[in-house]
Design a binder for this molecule. Structure first.
Ligand SMILES: Cc1ncc(COP(=O)(O)O)c(C=O)c1O
Length: 461
C-alpha cells in the first residue's frame, strides 16, 4: 500500500470511529526536546554521580507547574484549595516542595496518610473505596486535620458506629464521594449514587461526632472540561431539589477531583481502534503518532468556575470553597527517566532500565520523546528501545531524538513523574534512585533500593 492509498483509506475511515487522531510528526514535541537539550549537562552530571537508571526531578519545573495551576484557578476564584494527589507520585522530597507552595494532601491509602501526617500537612483529604479499620482509626485519631471522603453506605455506618464508642478531639469532618460518571462503567465502583446522598447526610447530621463538610467527584483523563461541567450540573440540580438551605448549612466545599490531562504526551496510532484495524490491513503504519490535544489549564479553570458560579453554590453559598486534586498535571512533566545504552544490535537499542520503573507497559500505546542527550540533535531515528527485563513488553517505544545511539550513551525519557515511581514494580531489578536538581545543583533524594530493602521481613529458612 502506498501513501496515496493510505490517504484515501484515512478519509473513508474518518467518520467510522468517534475517536480523534490528530496525526502528528515529531515537530510537535520539539520544545520538550529543546528543554532536555538545555538541561543535558545537569542530567549527564546526575548519571555521572549516581549511575543509571535514574529518576530525575527538575525542581524549578515542578514549582512552575504547581504555580501555573494555582494561578489559573485563583485568578478566577479566590477560595480555591489545591490538594496534591499523592498517588501520582509519593516521593516525600517532592511532596514537601509542593507543601511549601501551599498545596494540601490528597491521600488514598494507609502509607500515604501516614506520610501526609509525618510531613505536617494540616489539611488532608482521604479518598479511597473500601478502607481498612486501621485507616479509619488513623483518620479518627487525626480528626483535626483529616477529611474522610466516604465512598459507600456501609462505610458510613461503620464509621458512625466506631465514632459512637470514642472520645474525639473534634467531630470527624466528612465528605461524600459521588458516582457521577454515568457513561464510565469501569468507574462505577466508586462512590455513592446521588439518590443515596440525602439519607447519608441526615445520618451524619444526627451524629454529634461527625460533621458533613463536602461533596466530591472525580473523573480521570480529561482533555477538556466537559465532564466537570456535567457533573457540577447534576450535583447542583440534585442539591437544589432535595436539600433545604438549613440542611446545606454545614457544607463548606465542593471537591471536583483531579484528572486534568497534561500536555506533552502522544499516542501510537496502532493503539487506537482505527489503528488496530489499519494494522491488520497494513503493518508499516504502526509507527504513526498523535499529539494528544489537551485544553490549557486556563480553559479548564475558566469553564469550571463559570459553571460553579452559575450553579446553586454560586447563588446560595458564595463562600463555598472549590477543592481540586491534581496529580499528573503537576507531577508528570518535571521528572525524566535516564537510561544508559548497553548495546545496539539488529537496529534495536538495549538500555539498562526497564518498565519496572513505570509499573506498566505504557509504551505500547503512549508516546513521549526519548532523547539521546549524549549526542543531541533534533533529528528523529526509528529504533525499538528495549529494557533489560525478561519480558517482551519491556520497551520504551520505537523512536528517539539525537544522533545514532552508541553503547554508553544516555537517553532521557521525558515526562515520567506520574504513576511511575509510585507504581514501580518490585521485579527483577532494584527500584532506581531519585535525584533532584535545582539551579544546576544535583542531590540524591531517594537511594536506590537495596537487597535489604527488597527482602526486609522475609524469613530465609
Ligand atoms: C480521587 C482522586 N483524586 C485525584 C486523582 C488524581 O488524578 P490525576 O492524577 O489524573 O490528576 C485520582 C486519580 O485516580 C483520584 O482517584
Amino acid at each position: 500500500m502506498t501513501e496515496k492509498d493510505w490517504e484515501e483509506i484515512k478519509e473513508n475511515l474518518r467518520d467510522k470511529f468517534f475517536e480523534k487522531f490528530n496525526e502528528s510528526s515529531s515537530h510537535d514535541f520539539i520544545k520538550y526536546v529543546e528543554k532536555a537539550h538545555k538541561n543535558k549537562d545537569v542530567l549527564l552530571e546526575c548519571v555521572t554521580k549516581y549511575g543509571s537508571p535514574l529518576y530525575v526531578l527538575d525542581e524549578d519545573f515542578l514549582v512552575e507547574r504547581a504555580e501555573g495551576l494555582f494561578k489559573a484557578f485563583r485568578i478566577k476564584k479566590k477560595n480555591i484549595e489545591v490538594f496534591y494527589a499523592f498517588k501520582s507520585n509519593d516521593l516525600p522530597y517532592m511532596i514537601n516542595i509542593l507543601k511549601n507552595k501551599g498545596l494540601h494532601a490528597d491521600v488514598a491509602g494507609l502509607f500515604e496518610l501516614m506520610l501526609a501526617l509525618r510531613l505536617g500537612f494540616d489539611k488532608i483529604i482521604f479518598t479511597g473505596p473500601f478502607r481498612t479499620d486501621e485507616e479509619i482509626e488513623l483518620c479518627i485519631k487525626n480528626s483535626d486535620r483529616v477529611f474522610l471522603n466516604i465512598d459507600n453506605k456501609d462505610e458510613l455506618d461503620l464509621i458512625l458506629e466506631k465514632l459512637d464508642k470514642k472520645k474525639i478531639k473534634k467531630p470527624l469532618m466528612i465528605s461524600f464521594r459521588l458516582n457521577l460518571n454515568k457513561n464510565h462503567e469501569q468507574w462505577g465502583k466508586f462512590g455513592l449514587e446521588l439518590n443515596q446522598l440525602k439519607e447519608a447526610v441526615l445520618k451524619v447530621k444526627n451524629s454529634q461526632k461527625a460533621v458533613w463538610k463536602g461533596i466530591h467527584f472525580h473523573s480521570s483523563w480529561n482533555s477538556s472540561p466537559e465532564k466537570y461541567v456535567q457533573n457540577i450540573k447534576d450535583m447542583s440540580e440534585y442539591l437544589e431539589k432535595f436539600f433545604s438551605e438549613d440542611e446545606l448549612s454545614d457544607l463548606s466545599f465542593v471537591d471536583i477531583g483531579g484528572g486534568f490531562m497534561p500536555e506533552g504526551f502522544g499516542s501510537f496510532f496502532s493503539s487506537s481502534e482505527k489503528g488496530k484495524l489499519m494494522e491488520i490491513a497494513n503493518k508499516p503504519f504502526e509507527n504513526r503518532i498523535s499529539f494528544n490535544m489537551a485544553d490549557s489549564i486556563e480553559i479548564f479553570a475558566d469553564t469550571i468556575i463559570k459553571e460553579i458560579e452559575k450553579s446553586i453554590f454560586g447563588e446560595k453559598r458564595l463562600d463555598l470553597e472549590l477543592w481540586i486534586e491534581p496529580g499528573r498535571y503537576i507531577s508528570s512533566l518535571p521528572t525524566s527517566i535516564l537510561l544508559k545504552v548497553l548495546s545496539v544490535k539488529g537496529g534495536n537499542i538495549y538500555v539498562d532500565g526497564g518498565i519496572n520503573l513505570l509499573g506498566s507497559s505504557n509504551f505500547d500505546f503512549e508516546y513521549v520523546p526519548v532523547i539521546n542527550i549524549s549526542r543531541p540533535s533534533k533529528t528523529e531515528n526509528k529504533s525499538k528501545i528495549y529494557g533489560p527485563l525478561c519480558d517482551p513488553d519491556d520497551h520504551w517505544g520505537n523512536r528517539y531524538f539525537g544522533e545514532k545511539a552508541k553503547p554508553g550513551d544516555i537517553l532521557a525519557v521525558v515526562h515520567q513523574g506520574a504513576y511511575t515511581f509510585s507504581t514501580a514494580w518490585r521485579w527483577q531489578k532494584p527500584i532506581a534512585p531519585y535525584v533532584s536538581f535545582n539551579n544546576s545543583k544535583v542531590k540524591i533524594v531517594k537511594d536506590r533500593e537495596t537487597f535489604e530493602d527488597r527482602y526486609s521481613g522475609c524469613k530465609f529458612e
